[in-house]
Design a protein around this ligand. Sequence first.
Ligand SMILES: Nc1ncnc2c1ncn2[C@@H]1O[C@H](COP(=O)(O)OP(=O)(O)OP(=O)(O)O)[C@@H](O)[C@H]1O
Length: 614
Amino acid sequence: MQRPRLGHRLATAPGDVINVFRYTHRALKLVWQTSRVMMLGLALATLVAGVLPAVAAWVGQLIVDGVVAAAERYTDTTDTLDMLAPVLWLVALEGMIIAMIALAQRLLEAQQSLLRARLGQKVNMMILDKAGQLSLPQFEDSEIYDQLTRARREASTRPLSLVNRTFTLSQNLISLASFAVLLVQFSPWALVIIALGALPVFFSEARFSGEAFRLFRWRSPQMREQRYLETLLAREDSIREVKLFGLEPLLRQRYRAIFERLYDEERRLTLRRTLWGFLLGLLGTLTFYAAYGWVVLETVIGALTLGQMTMYLMVFKQSQGALSAGLAAISGMYEDNLYLSNLYEFLELPIEAERGTLAKGAMPGDGLRFENVHFAYPGGVTALHDISLHLRPGESLALVGENGSGKTTLIKLLTRLYQPDSGRILLDGSDLRDWQLTALRRRIGVIFQDFVHYQFPAGENLGVGNIDAFDDEERWREAAHRGLANAFIEQLPQGYRTQLGRWFRNGQELSGGQWQRIALSRAWMREEADILVLDEPTAAMDAAAEAAVFERFRQYSRDRTAIVISHRFSTVRSADVIVVMEHGHIIERGSHDDLLAANGRYATLFRLQAEGYR
Ligand SMILES: Nc1ncnc2c1ncn2[C@@H]1O[C@H](COP(=O)(O)OP(=O)(O)OP(=O)(O)O)[C@@H](O)[C@H]1O
């Protein structure tokens, strides 16, 4: 495995630097859109928290000088309260300023935490929206999957972090400017000393942020693998097999090994970051004490009053704090920008624009045509070669062939989950590409062999088959009747309202065959669909159930085009056309009787299966 190229380059050219910060304004805009009130509140609280410390330092100076002056004037006969009154007022003022700073800080934190929640939700929704727009080939691309995972893991907190840092930076810049006004009166060199102390840490932090980000990117495939192993070890649908095969130790060992490898890199980076942070941080301490000595010296020789000395020391300390906080904010912004680049990379993935506009074909009633269709999966071998076939409305087609011969792929093309590499697929005389996707999908009802077991109530498990009738209980019942699921659903504790699956409270798990009946009924939710496709719908059913299912299927699909994929010839034989596929080619086609008479592949397979039943 390749080690990450850590620390290989930081943005150095001016263009790069600007580029690195290019997401800042987008993050600001995002927060602005999320809540204007809170963003303005944040800005105000930041301003207050930025200006007040300098004011407090200045009042502090007035207090000390006031005390010294009072002490000088003090004699036994003076009215103490009268003399101290101005100083006491100043002390009260200082107390109020400190209270205001505390209030501003609290308000900052409260608004940040509320914004964090809203913004996290917003970014997650953006990611999920985008995920919904990706095409199937994009989903199957592991690079894109990594991008999605990275975006989901880190991106939701980054926009707010960026905004907070922008504000922290402004707050510290304001403080720094106000401190500078005070410090310049002491000496302009004081500013130079402070800057010299803080810059080295800044550069090292920026460098390490870049390295940390590259490490994060480099390890996203491993993180994904780790998550997958977690799923295997902790999900009910896999744990049964994992337990029976005794896979736990092996999987846990893999999980640990990935962690060790990642941890090793992380430890190296953390150690280096800490060491450099400490060494360069010493410089800051050193410059502070140099300045300290200088201020003390000036006071001793009488150039500064005691009050001024107290103020300058405080201002020195606080300017240094403000400068390093400001610089840390900049390097943090750089880091946030790197992570946001991930998010925006994902959000800006090109998606195929919908070009189709047709809601009706050019030749209604022509049915379905495949014309010399070729197709290969991205990066895979050719799965379909030169497929041509024509199905008229009302005709039924059965697809048979060995595993991997291309039957399901043909259906995926028919439903436009993938596009042919060459050739055309026509519905009612118009290319599928020219059809409006929603209009096309409304006409087709498909149940794939790996249909989803939704952890929803039974009725909704049917409702998903037709989003327009999702909640329609009448339609659920009708569909369940057609799919032979009504009998067992009605016996569930809450009938159609019974939660299915084991994930949630009171969930009822179904048998494989019962789930298949649910899936079949789902297909019947699409009353307006005139093309029905069942990809091995009855594999988990007993023979009697299968016979009953197909009896119903024939009854209800009489005026529709029906496509069935099955390995059971008893199911297949009644279809109008049977197509035999092998390695992506159609090798035979015809009715059951034609194919038996031709005595080819179909006849051999049919006899083989019939033998088995004898
Ligand atoms: N998503 C995919 N990406 C890449 N290759 C795929 C993908 N799905 C299927 N294939 C490959 O395409 C070929 C045809 O697969 P397909 O699923 O169409 O076969 P099938 O005839 O439906 O098989 P089965 O009877 O096992 O369901 C196989 O060689 C398979 O490895």
